[in-house]
Design a protein around this ligand. Structure first.
Ligand code: FES
Ligand SMILES: [Fe+2]
Length: 441
């Protein structure tokens, strides 16, 4: 199942990481050891025990709307193809020819009737079935006794939630809805802002690599604490000049005092399967019912009611363990490449059936903060590489993730924290520890 080289470094029994060596936890303590972000052996273990064992996001249904559409993705280090078959079934298989291993396609997205291996020409259907072995009967070809494989390695579990496609190498993974748990509420609320309840990924994503561990991005997308500090330049610009792209609810302007107030409202969550969440319903939902998009917002308010409307136009963000998040009007994925190399892909999405001017305005607003020339995304990736650089200071062992620990409350199996608590970051580490360490102790 795993295509890591056999000769890879493995832990001996004595060397295996133990929860006590990686995480320090009690009522007052929540600390993570440096090696969890830097050690090559830990990284290899993560590929086997985290990415190959849990549900991993591989794409959105709107990226492959028609039969024959496909996209490439990754589960940990393993390249995969996500395709839509003739009967509308979504297939996820390992992007590796079963002959001698070539990747079948490197295209980010496309449409095909079949995959033709570029090395020796074996042919696979869009569903991954092996259709033809080239020159099979030619001299020196394959005999009657040849045990011909059925096709590409197919992932045993594929499931979707409101268009979000997840796959797992683990046939025993829990049901997807149970796995997502409370984190579904952020997906639901972001999608319910669309009149049709659906989103469409149409724009080209923005892809960036940084010199740091993948968990820095997983932690950061739900880090309400960092904004005023990491993005100080943006905050000062916005306080001085306002929001020149119009108000689409993304990084709304105002004074620094107002921005600070907004960051310290709402709640944080540490969900059972490792998902971190920020919740912040709007305290002024009625303002959305005035202005250019009043009829769009009014339709949403009528459909969902006043109370829910405040949540729909509020600010929510989620980090779905291990590799995808939602913030503002985007889906963001992060792909581990090495302990200190990660690729982030940002997909801005459109709300189906919302006014074109709304979707366009939101896209401009996303570009302003997250695009290649944006004011904010560069700040974050710089911090992730600073983190990795700082961890070379190995005289210090531990990172501290204790903010708000003593005020977290257990609610139906999930921890709810105060705003700007590190509860969402602790979510990741709780699930990580279960998968990496406790199973073996
Ligand atoms: S590696 Fe694909 S046909 Fe040989
Ligand atoms: Fe940030």
């Amino acid at each position: 199942m795993n295509n890591q080289p056999e000769a890879r470094v493995r832990f001996t029994r004595q060397e295996e990481p133990r929860s006590a060596q990686i995480l320090q936890r009690d009522e007052r303590t929540f600390r993570v050891h440096t090696s969890a972000y830097t050690d090559e052996r830990v990284f290899r273990e993560e590929m086997d025990k985290v990415f190959a064992k849990t549900w991993v996001y591989v794409g959105h249904a709107s990226e492959i709307p028609k039969a024959g559409d496909f996209k490439t993705s990754h589960i940990g280090l393993q390249p995969v193809v996500v395709s839509r078959g003739e009967d509308d079934t979504i297939h996820v298989f390992v992007n590796r020819c079963v002959h001698r291993g070539a990747v079948l396609t490197r295209d980010a997205r496309g449409n095909a009737t079949e995959f033709n291996c570029p090395y020796h020409g074996w042919v696979y259907g869009i569903d991954g079935r092996l259709i033809a072995v080239s020159e099979r009967r030619e001299p020196g070809g394959y005999s009657e006794n040849f045990r011909q494989p059925e096709g590409l390695f197919r992932l045993p579990r594929v499931a979707t939630y409101r268009g979000f496609i997840f796959a797992s190498f683990n046939a025993d993974a829990p049901g997807l809805e149970a796995f997502l748990g409370r984190a579904r509420s952020v997906i639901d609320r972001k999608l319910n802002l669309a009149p049709g309840g659906e989103i469409v990924l149409r724009s080209r994503p923005f892809v960036v690599r940084y010199q740091g561990n993948w968990k820095f991005q997983a932690e950061n997308i739900v880090d309400a604490y960092h904004f005023l500090h990491t993005h100080k330049g943006f905050v000062n610009l916005q306080a001085r000049f306002g929001d020149t792209t119009g108000d689409f609810g993304v990084h709304k302007g105002g004074s620094v005092k107002e921005m600070r107030k907004l960051r310290f409202q709402g709640a944080t969550w540490s969900c059972a399967h490792g998902h971190g969440m920020l919740e912040n319903p709007s305290s002024h939902p009625e303002t959305y019912l005035e202005g250019e998009f009043s009829s769009f917002y009014e339709g949403i308010r009528r459909t969902h009611g006043d109370e829910e409307f405040a949540w729909l136009v509020g600010k929510g963000a989620v980090s779905i363990f291990p590799n995808v998040g939602m913030i503002h009007q985007q889906i963001r994925t992060w792909r581990p490449i090495a302990p200190d190399v990660t690729e982030v892909t940002i997909y801005p999405y459109e709300l189906k059936d919302a006014p074109d001017a709304y979707n366009e305005g939101m896209l401009r607003s996303q570009e302003r903060f997250y695009g290649p020339a944006g004011h904010g995304a560069a700040d974050d990736v710089d911090i992730f590489s600073r983190n990795q650089q700082g961890l070379l200071g190995s005289a210090v062992d531990w990172l501290i993730l204790e903010r708000g620990l003593d005020t977290d409350e257990l609610v139906d199996g999930d921890w709810r924290g105060l705003p700007a608590s590190e509860a969402p970051q602790r979510a990741l580490w709780r699930a990580w520890a279960r998968l990496m360490c406790e199973e073996q102790t």
